[in-house]
Design a protein around this ligand. Structure first.
Ligand code: S3P
Ligand code: PEP
Length: 433
């Protein structure tokens, strides 16, 4: 399959008709590799002291943009075969990096670019130019890197003036807007002369599992990381080992399929479910049980069974904001209200997700109000209509879920799912077949 690396389109006319379910589900859904793991493994492989291999890497817009970004810096990334092979090299500039709308590319690659021996210019989609970048750029400056963002301070586009090495040391970062500010700096930190000591200063810290994922992958590659003090991470200077790794399935991308079992009733199975994981999607079985599902893990197959009824919940999703759009759509189909808390930072995701979810649930006749840090969703009978997706893959999958139980729902620009799940439509229709 060819994946369009261009920005998502804004077409309402050729919207996809989201299928309604005809009867209880009985489906097994193979979910491709995790975006978050694939893009971390790629960065670590690019910074390693020997070649690396990724098995089960995700092939999607975000991961292809990451591969292309690293190639731009001189690294060989061969994604032709089943396995992706990465050959690290001396990082070079000048280079131009297209971040698309990928948070992982715009936050993980600048600290890598700082190690290159020339200027590296970053830009991305229109929607990427409003995603917060200042904490990363300010941290790089504090660590001795020159960054030019004078035209749009704190946002894309900007240039990292790579000087071949980074002094490193201690830095304070307010990561209340995104955990990716921390992850990006930690991933490259061991390649800084003094390593990195990063202290988070903000009032909240979203997506802690994603930071734990970063720490776990660094340690697995032989890097010494001390995370024994809450909100402080110390990465010792040293080498990263080139490794042969297998990427877990993307558990957040499994979410809409698993939720479908609750909405329609019946059973959805996802094979390859890890026994333990740092992916925030690992919280899904517990959340879905609260919302009325029964779940079981038999070997590596997660089974979710629903009776066609959904219970509303009061949930703090700050650890797993990524799955909030899916849970919000599920909540709009519940039999009682839901409150989602701890997700103010979703306003800086692919789009302002709190505004987008509120607007699109309301468009279909539902009720969803923004709060300071989340949403209150009061189920109402829904009707058909065209769900806007705002270039956001998870708005598209949320629209599909709403459409399962609501005839006449169309999803505008469903191709935006290519960001992390290019075959979403085929998989969704396959689940219903
Ligand atoms: O590090 C990562 O791979 C991610 C961290 C999270 O970002 P935020 O902390 O900005 O929510 C998550 O939402 C995103 O989809 C992926
Ligand atoms: C927030 C997300 O993506 P990104 O990595 O672009 O931040 C997401 O996939 O839900």
């Amino acid at each position: 399959m060819t994946i369009d690396l261009a920005p998502a389109a804004d077409l309402v006319d050729d919207a996809w008709e989201a299928p309604t379910a005809r009867g209880p589900l009985d489906a097994t859904v193979e979910v491709p590799g995790s975006k978050s793991l694939t893009n971390r493994y790629l960065v670590l492989a690019a910074l390693a002291d020997s070649p690396g291999r990724l098995r089960g890497a995700l092939r999607s817009r975000d991961t292809l943009l990451m591969a292309q970004a690293l190639r731009g810096l001189g690294v060989r990334v061969d994604d032709d075969g089943q396995d992706w092979v990465v050959d690290p090299a001396r990082l070079r500039g000048p280079a131009e990096i297209d971040c698309g709308l990928a948070g992982t590319v715009m936050r993980f690659v600048p600290p890598v670019a700082a190690l290159a021996d020339g200027p590296v210019r970053f830009d991305g989609d229109e929607g990427a130019r409003v995603r917060p970048m200042a904490p990363v750029l300010d941290a790089l400056r504090a660590l001795g890197v020159r960054v030019d963002d004078h035209a749009t301070p704190g946002f894309l586009p900007f240039t990292v003036e790579g000087a071949g090495s980074v002094r490193g040391g201690e830095v304070e970062v307010d990561a209340s807007g995104s955990s990716q500010f921390v992850s990006g700096l930690l991933l490259a930190g061991c390649r800084f002369e003094r390593g990195l000591t990063l202290r988070h200063t903000g009032p909240t810290l979203p997506s802690l599992p994603h930071i734990e994922m970063t720490v776990a992958l660094l340690r697995a590659a032989g890097v010494a990381v001390d995370d024994s003090t809450p909100a402080v991470w110390r990465v010792e200077p040293g080498a990263i080992a080139g490794r042969d790794v297998r990427v877990e399935p993307d558990l957040s991308n499994a979410a809409p399929f698993l939720c479908a079992a609750l909405v329609v009733g019946g059973t959805v199975r996802v094979p390859g479910w890890p026994a333990s994981t740092t992916q925030p999607g690992g919280l899904l079985p517990g959340i879905l049980e609260q919302m009325g599902a029964t779940t079981s893990l038999d070997g590596d197959v997660l089974t979710v069974h629903g009776a066609g009824a959904v219970r509303g919940v009061d949930l703090d999703l700050h650890a797993a904001g990524e799955i909030a759009p899916t849970i919000a759509a599920l909540a709009a189909l519940a039999d009682s209200p839901t409150r989602l808390r701890g997700i103010a930072h979703l306003r800086g995701h692919e789009t302002d997700r709190l505004a987008a979810l509120s607007a699109e649930i309301t468009r279909l006749g539902g009720q969803a109000e923004e709060t300071a840090d989340g949403l209150v969703i009061t189920p109402r009978p829904l009707h058909g209509g065209t769900v806007r997706t705002y270039a956001d893959h998870r708005m598209a999958t949320a629209g599909a879920l709403l459409g399962l139980a609501t005839p006449g729902v169309r999803v505008q620009d469903v191709a935006t799912t290519a960001k992390t799940l290019p075959d979403f439509v085929g998989m969704w229709e396959g689940m219903l077949a």
